[in-house]
Write a protein that binds this ligand. Structure first.
Ligand code: PAF
Length: 254
């Protein structure tokens, strides 16, 4: 059974009492609404480490749109069942006050990559992500932390932050897990209507099709997506689209 830890003090006590300083600790930070993508990160961590700790913290500072935060799926009982079925050892489940003892007065600001792609349309998003991930890594003190490549920009920024601040942790990118249809798994997929679920797989199909960015944008718009951005950089094509109210992101190698 996964052991739930709610406070920084409890984790510090456990960490010392069990001598986890000498164990390989793997960490999978999440915002809950877990799916097979998260499961793949946890499986990799349990395979590579002595203990695996996941966190669930729906981090308000990374939501630029209050409605997005309000509508974000919460499936705690199912999350717990999944963590148990995967033999995760601990779940760190802190409150807002536990994480933001400083009331979000101290922030990690990245001045370049965080301003493009998702950062351009979601102001402040990556400051919230980087700040919470810095806090979580400082609290948990893992040897390795695992992140999905669906959020490739997030992965690059977290890796960059850990290098910039000489953080003693290895950041491991893990392949995007997809439905058979090609749709990248995401907690937000739970918000799609049955009709939108039928269209959603076209996002990945069109994103990875040959052609110029303009053609990809046209194809997506014709299929019913509202395009936030399609851009090519660092050997990848990145995209974000809206299907109704749901924002989907994906990226493919080019
Ligand atoms: O990818 C996520 O779920 C979140 O951005 C993360 C890394 C858990 C930080 O809140």
């Amino acid at each position: 059974m996964v052991t739930i830890v709610n406070s920084v003090k409890d984790w510090n006590d456990l960490y010392r009492s069990k001598d986890y300083c000498n164990a390989r600790v793997g960490f999978v930070p999440t915002m809950g609404a877990l799916h097979e993508g998260h499961a793949s990160l946890i499986k990799k961590s349990t395979a590579e480490n002595d203990i695996t700790i996941a966190s669930i913290f729906l981090n308000p500072t990374q939501f630029n749109d209050p409605d997005d935060l309000k509508n974000y799926p919460v499936t705690f009982e199912e999350d717990l069942a999944l963590l148990n079925s995967l033999d995760a050892d601990y779940l760190f489940l802190p409150s807002y006050d536990e994480i933001y003892i400083d009331k979000f007065n101290y922030k990690v600001i990245e001045e370049s990559l965080s301003k493009i792609l998702c950062g351009a349309s979601r102001p402040g998003h990556f400051t919230g992500v980087l700040t919470v991930v810095l806090k979580l890594i400082n609290i948990i003190k893992p040897n390795t932390a695992y992140f999905g490549q669906k959020d490739y920009q997030q992965y690059l920024l977290i890796k960059g932050m850990c290098e910039a601040f000489f953080m003693n942790v290895k950041i491991v990118p893990c392949p995007t897990v997809r439905e058979e249809s090609g749709l990248a798994l995401s907690s937000r997929n739970k918000l799609l209507t049955p009709e939108e679920k039928i269209i959603a797989p076209q996002f990945n199909k069109i994103l990875k099709s040959p052609g110029k960015v303009d053609e990809i944008i046209n194809g997506l718009e014709k299929t019913g997506f509202k395009v936030d951005y399609i851009e090519e950089t660092a050997g990848r094509r990145f995209g974000a689209v809206y299907l109704g109210k749901v924002r989907l992101i994906d990226n493919v190698e080019i």
